[in-house]
Design a protein around this ligand. Structure first.
Ligand SMILES: [Zn+2]
Length: 136
């Protein structure tokens, strides 16, 4: 009989942020990015991780962990390929778009910059989102 555990804001004081994995709340360490099980969403378990793996982080203030949490979330955004499943689908969509562009151009596949640049932008745009292209 496992009672449903809930994340508390105080957990950030001991270095843990909240991650939702398919609807299940899980604690994620902001020090190393490790995701613990839902059952570990308990103060003593989280403290054990903090003191066992990051003795130097124990005793840091909330501000410090807040900053680490932001870093961690930024990293996640910077590396969408690491998230697996959905990027495969997006890569398929992107390659389809490129193929369509090549067909439309009625040119050999080696037509270089004129064709490839917009094609690459399609890929980047599909996988990383429009924001990535805006910075070009
Ligand atoms: Zn850790």
């Amino acid at each position: 009989m496992s009672r449903k555990r809930v994340y508390k804001e105080e957990f950030l004081d001991i270095g843990f942020t909240l991650l939702i994995d398919r609807g299940v709340e899980k604690p994620q360490c902001v020090g190393c990015g490790e995701v613990l099980s839902h059952e570990s969403l308990k103060e003593n378990k989280l403290e054990r991780h903090l003191h066992g793996k990051h003795p130097t982080l124990a005793g840091k203030d909330r501000q410090y962990f807040k900053r680490k949490e932001e870093q961690l979330q930024r990293q996640k955004l910077d590396t969408p390929m690491n998230t697996g499943v959905y990027s495969v689908r997006q890569a398929t969509t992107a390659s389809y778009m490129v193929a369509k562009r090549i067909t439309k151009s009625k040119q050999p596949h080696t037509s270089g910059e004129k064709l490839m640049k917009p094609a690459v932008l399609d890929v980047v745009c599909t996988i990383f989102g429009d924001d990535a292209v805006k910075n070009k």
